[in-house]
Ligand binder design. Structure first.
Ligand code: DCP
Ligand code: MG
Length: 364
């Protein structure tokens, strides 16, 4: 089998860069897309690199952003403009390959093991894509090039903005050895904490564990960590995968027992789901609440609405009704999750994960 050539492309400060491109007055200035100017409610979707110097970040409450950078300019998002830019970068990708797996508007995997123009070098292709994006869209992207999705994605983030990072097969192992566990795919706050408690801090620490132990501690994902720590990721680039649902959930350090405690948590989770919906330009008709109790029993409750929705207030209201229908008071709740499904098919975009083959080395 042939060694694959995978490119991960991720636009730099995507929404903010589109705004700076279209509004010269914002160029060179700290801007935050999203959030409310008065710092009342709302979170930042993304910040320009000028604002990031002050510590302004995605998902930060606008009040915090203003504290860190009083001169920050809050800009209302224009999703149509981001969608248009996204469609154009996909057109550019298609010049080289049809094996494209978009992860969101600004991010995609490309399999260029065989490219349409017979360029043969993934690094060259990544350069050409970056150049086309710069010339045709006046935007910059960062690229990661490697033999699998996991390494390519981390590589694209290593020299942002306007980066191009190649991690070849001979470097993969040492690279993963020093990688902090937080950077591993699927490791969230709670898993990272659990790993720290087991004295697992880096890829090298994961590699010391047996597969059986990893499965014991982390369930099915443990097997994935075992492979990834050895640089093995056979997930194929999947062009036609549709997102069937978008979800967010949180595990709590202490069990929750009252609806008053649960409401603010569900509010946060709902906000996260709504940001993801926006990022994928999706609206859903079916809202599902997931509850896991301290005894690991799990239930879900769903409701379908007449219209597709993506606004947090409507979704949270339904989620709270679903919660109250389960008579939550006094029950020990360990995890809450919210998901949206039943999307408008015309707008559905590909989502995550699957499995296939890998192989040996070829020229990059
Ligand atoms: N986004 C959002 N909420 C988040 C994260 C991101 O609405 N919590 C949106 C705004 C971003 C876009 O998605 O512009 C792409 O997300 P990225 O994580 O790729 O962030 P950026 O492209 O903004 O910056 P970077 O240069 O770090 O990729
Ligand atoms: Mg980006």
């Amino acid at each position: 089998m042939v060694q694959r050539k995978i490119i991960h492309i991720d636009m730099d400060a995507f929404y903010a860069s589109v705004e700076q491109r279209d509004h010269p007055a914002y160029r060179g200035k700290p801007i935050a897309v999203g959030g409310s100017p008065e710092g009342r409610g709302g979170v930042v979707a993304t910040a320009s690199y000028e604002a990031r110097k002050f510590g302004v970040r995605s998902a930060m409450p606008s009040r915090k952003a203003r504290e860190l950078c009083p001169q920050v300019i809050f800009v209302k998002p224009r999703f149509d403009a981001y969608q248009a830019a996204s469609a154009k970068i996909r057109e550019i990708f298609h010049r080289y390959t049809d094996l494209i797996e978009p992860l969101s508007l600004d991010e995609a995997y490309l399999d260029v093991t065989e490219d349409k123009q017979q360029i043969g070098s993934a690094i060259e292709i990544a350069k050409m894509i970056k150049q086309a994006i710069r010339e045709e869209l006046q935007l910059t992207a960062s690229a990661g090039v490697s033999v699998n999705k996991f390494v390519a994605k981390i590589a694209s983030d290593m020299n942002k903005p306007d980066g191009l990072t190649f991690i070849g097969p001979s470097r993969i192992e040492s690279f993963i050895d020093t990688l902090p566990v937080e950077r591993f795919f699927g490791v969230g706050r709670v898993t990272a904490e659990k790993m720290k408690n087991l004295d697992i801090h880096t890829g090298a620490d994961i590699k010391k564990m047996t597969e059986a132990d990893l499965v014991k501690y982390f369930g099915k994902t443990g097997r994935f960590y075992y492979q990834i720590a050895r640089g093995i990721d056979d997930r194929p680039v999947q062009p036609h995968r549709e997102t069937k649902s978008l979800a967010a959930e949180d595990t709590f350090p202490e069990d929750l027992t009252t609806p008053d405690e649960m409401r603010p948590e569900l509010d946060k989770i709902t906000q996260t789901v709504c940001r993801r919906l926006r990022r994928h330009s999706l609206k859903g008709r079916t809202i599902t609440l997931k509850i896991k109790y301290s005894d690991f029993r799990q239930i879900t409750r769903s409701r379908s609405l007449p219209e597709r929705v993506d606004d947090p207030d409507t979704i949270l209201a339904v989620v709270m009704e679903l919660l109250l229908s389960t008579d939550p008071t006094g029950k020990k709740i360990r995890l809450l999750g919210v998901s949206l499904s039943n999307f408008d098919e015309r707008r559905a975009v590909p989502g995550r994960a699957g499995e296939a083959g890998a192989g040996q080395l070829e020229l990059f």
